[in-house]
Structure formats: structure tokens, C-alpha cells
Design a protein around this ligand. Structure first.
Ligand SMILES: [Zn+2]
Length: 92
């Protein structure tokens, strides 16, 4: 069921964030991957926070100031992961 899957993704996001905050990047990464897999299987959109705060290259859950740098410029937010990958989003 779609709502159950969405709940699960939500919980995995929380777990990933907590693990990342505790400095446990590896564990956070595995939660991020699981959340992505569940979303894929159920054809759900990833929650915005997971889309923005996970690295598309290394699957790390990004915590600005810890493993990511955030910059605002020309109406865009740029989030740069420690692995060197970065993503840009329109500023809201
Ligand atoms: Zn990365």
C-alpha cells in the first residue's frame, strides 16, 4: 500500500538523519539507499528532505556544517557533499 510505503520512507529518512547526526555516515547511507529502493518499488516520489539532503553520488545523508556545505547564490541553494558532488535547487 502506498501510504505504508510512504510511512516507511519517512521513518528511514528519520533514521538516516539521526545516524548522520551521530556521525555514522555508513549507517545513514544504508538507510538512504533503503528509502530510495522503497520509493522506486512503489513508484513514489522521494520526500523533498531526502531529495535535498542526500547525495546523489555517494548516498550520504547530508548535514550542513558536518558533511555538507550550503551556499545561497543568485536565487539558488547549492549543497555540496564532502565527496565533491553538489546539487542546486531554486531558493524558496
Ligand atoms: Zn557525496
Amino acid at each position: 500500500m502506498a501510504t505504508l510505503a510512504a510511512d516507511r520512507i519517512d521513518r528511514l529518512c528519520d533514521l538516516a538523519r539521526t545516524a548522520a547526526r551521530d556521525g555514522n555516515d555508513e549507517r545513514a547511507r544504508s538507510y538512504v539507499r533503503r528509502a530510495r529502493r522503497v520509493a522506486e518499488r512503489h513508484r513514489l516520489d522521494l520526500p523533498t528532505r531526502l531529495k535535498r539532503f542526500s547525495c546523489g553520488d555517494c548516498d550520504r545523508y547530508l548535514i550542513p556544517g558536518r558533511n555538507a556545505r550550503v551556499r545561497t547564490r543568485n536565487g539558488h541553494v547549492t549543497i555540496r557533499c564532502d565527496c565533491g558532488s553538489h546539487a542546486r535547487y531554486p531558493y524558496q
